[in-house]
Design a protein around this ligand. Structure first.
Ligand SMILES: Cc1ncc(C[n+]2csc(CCOP(=O)(O)OP(=O)(O)O)c2C)c(N)n1
Ligand SMILES: [Mg+2]
Length: 627
């Protein structure tokens, strides 16, 4: 029996299948902390180093398990610190519940210490559901609604709990009278959410989740007549391009089957990187600024576009309007025909919809288009290899990812940060079946790689996890997350967690943007980063610390890190002058770049040489002589 409203909240969350909450304490939530203690082993409180990390962890928990991620923070400053991680979840459509404290009800409105208008503060990020609890009889339905709405809408919800209310006696069941709410628990598969989690008796407890096993997914499938109209468009096309996103991560077999049937190629939005393996010849890989040339060529040459579970934002990387007939599948009707004027807009779960579509699709006898795509893809991998092998000062960052790609352990989970790491992660890492990977897609914020990795490791302690980030992101919050890793790793069945930092002394992606987009030279004051001994810091924490400053040592360092008996901080000293070239450089970008370099950019000569090498490899298709 629950005794206080705090006990009731946690017990109700437990009934919903929640086993772990990421957070940080404070006097605004002391009632809840007491209840955690009373929950014992039934609920784990994961103390983060900063509330932003807790929110990133909750987001990653949702991304990697399909469950609702829950984070908790105290009133005022703690609640404010959560925001960036919550926006990351919101923009990537992840179900996350934030529970925050508030001043006592008797003090609210009194300009009290740490009193912030939290309902207004969270009104944007949690606009589907943000509520302040006022009396104990609300607690049951507030939890039920916050959990159900987060799952159903795949979004962020927020509960604000004044701290005096947290110690009040619980009302288990409101009286049967006017003005009360009588809610319950559970839901089956809905709009793109995993089936059954949280239904009484069928919740999937974290401890029993099998390594690599994603929960079964389900969701609505469009009506037969609409599927037929979509099939007609796809059957009529002779050059079909598929774009898969995060909403298609659970539809691997179906995407491959459709591509084979239609003789199509598959490009992947960043969040859909794990949707299909990269060793298939017709998978063109990433799209967009961090994309591949085969994706660019496929989009510019196709006559039909099938977009599945993606709201990839950059329309200039999709076919020009009018070139292709379009079919889109999305669980969220709001996302349809948003980036390209589609002809057929299907609301449905990607997997179920593709399954229903397959019997209506005809096998295309002419395989020329798919063969052309495969030729481009084969050539592109050679370009990437040649680019990775180019000399740089001291290490070419592409080589770091190229060598990792060859050594990726089965079933590993990859996390990445914003920065140039994202470009090499997108292009150079070949995903295989059974792996998972994510980064901050919609918000593209710095900071998530390390907290995502921690959450991944807590959810899947048997799987190797690899976090990839720049020195800027490391200095921003990654270093704090490492303290948590050092504190917890002995509890993991497989202690392998590699945190790889690109030490280039620069906020490099933005440096390139300053040159190529803005036409400005690198601005030293904003771009240079303080020196820091990352590997030594790792060792100081009791982790494995490896510093690599010669290309010949890269492969061995990965090997060592991936075999280690403890987490490793792998510091790669890389060259900031290697450009993360987009697959297509516009004349305007070229003019800006030239203008930037003419302003006596301190690295002008080095960047020009490195850029020329990249271009040369692109033109020569990777056949250029090794230097
Ligand atoms: C919170 C936040 N602040 C700023 C940015 C803008 N930004 C994007 S990438 C980047 C540079 C990242 O530098 P680093 O982590 O060192 O990686 P590098 O590009 O050097 O490899 C910056 C400043 C952002 N995306 N998020
Ligand atoms: Mg950097």
């Amino acid at each position: 029996m629950a005794t206080t409203t705090s006990d009731q909240m946690l017990q109700r969350l437990h009934q919903w299948g929640v086993r772990r909450v990421f957070g940080y304490p404070g006097d605004g939530i002391n009632g809840l902390m007491g209840a955690f203690d009373r929950m014992g082993d039934r609920m784990e409180f994961v103390q983060a180093r900063h509330e932003e990390l807790a929110a990133f962890m909750a987001c990653a928990h949702a991304k990697f398990t399909g469950e609702v991620g829950v984070c908790m923070a105290t009133s005022g400053p703690g609640a404010i610190h959560l925001l960036n991680g919550l926006y990351d979840a919101k923009l990537d459509h992840q179900p996350v519940l934030a529970i925050v404290g508030q001043a006592a009800r008797s003090a609210m409105g009194g300009d009290y210490q740490q009193e912030v208008d939290l309902a207004s503060l969270f009104k944007d990020v949690a606009h589907e559901y943000v509520q302040t609890a006022m009396v104990p009889a609300q607690i049951r339905h507030l939890v039920d609604r916050a959990m159900r709405i987060a799952r159903d809408q795949r979004t962020v919800t927020c509960l604000i709990v004044p701290h005096d209310l947290q110690d009040e006696d619980a009302v288990e069941r409101p009286p049967r009278e006017h003005g009360t709410v009588h809610s319950g628990i559970g839901m089956t598969a809905g709009r793109g959410v995993p089936a059954e989690i949280g239904a009484p008796g069928t919740g999937v407890p974290v401890a029993t989740r099998q390594a690599g096993a994603r929960p079964p997914w389900g969701g609505p499938v469009p009506a037969e007549a609409d599927l037929r109209r979509a099939a007609d468009v796809l059957n009529a096309g002779s050059r079909v391009a598929i774009l898969a996103g995060a909403g298609a991560l659970h539809a691997t077999d179906e995407l491959i089957e459709v591509a084979q049937r239609l003789g199509a190629g598959i490009a992947k939005a960043l969040l859909g990187k794990a949707a299909v393996p990269d060793d298939l010849p017709f998978v063109t890989g990433p799209i967009g600024l961090l994309g591949s040339q085969p994706s660019w060529e496929m989009m510019n040459g196709c006559d039909t576009l099938l977009m599945v579970g993606s709201s990839f934002p950059y329309s200039e990387y999709l076919p020009p309007e009018g070139q292709a007939r379009g079919v889109q599948i999305d669980i969220d009707g709001r996302k349809l025909a948003l980036r390209y004027p589609m002809e057929i807009n299907l609301v449905g779960d990607s997997r179920g919809t593709l399954q229903a579509l397959l019997p209506l699709l005809q096998h295309k006898a002419n395989r020329e288009w798919q063969q052309k795509i495969a030729d481009h893809v084969g050539r592109w991998w050679r370009v990437l290899e040649a680019r990775a092998m180019n000399d740089a000062e001291p290490i070419n960052p592409q080589r770091v990812f190229w060598e990792l790609s060859k050594q990726l352990p089965d079933g590993c989970i990859l996390t990445c940060d914003s920065g140039t790491a994202a470009a090499w992660y997108a292009r150079d890492l070949k995903m295989r079946r059974g792996m998972m990977a994510s980064l901050s897609g919609g918000l593209a914020t710095m900071g998530p790689a390390v907290p995502y990795a921690i959450a991944a490791k807590l959810a899947y302690p048997d799987r190797p996890v690899i976090a990839l980030l720049g020195d800027g992101a490391m200095q921003m919050i990654g270093m704090n997350g490492l303290i948590t890793i050092a504190d917890r790793y002995t509890q993991w069945r497989d202690p392998r967690l590699v945190v790889m930092v690109l030490n280039n002394g620069d906020l490099n992606l933005v440096t390139w943007e300053q040159r190529v987009s803005a036409g400005n030279r690198r601005y030293e004051a904003s771009q240079a980063l303080p020196r820091f001994a990352y590997a030594e810091y790792g060792r100081l924490l009791g982790l494995n610390g490896i510093r690599v400053d010669h290309p010949d040592a890269i492969a061995g360092a990965w090997e060592q890190a991936l075999r280690s008996d403890r987490p490793t901080l792998l510091e790669m000293v890389t060259d900031p002058n290697v450009p993360p070239l987009p697959p297509h450089v516009t004349a305007k970008q070229m003019r800006s770049y030239a203008k930037a370099l003419m302003q006596r950019d301190p690295q002008a000569m080095d960047t020009l040489i490195a850029t020329a090498k990249e271009w040369w490899d692109g033109i020569m298709g990777g056949r250029a002589e090794r230097r």
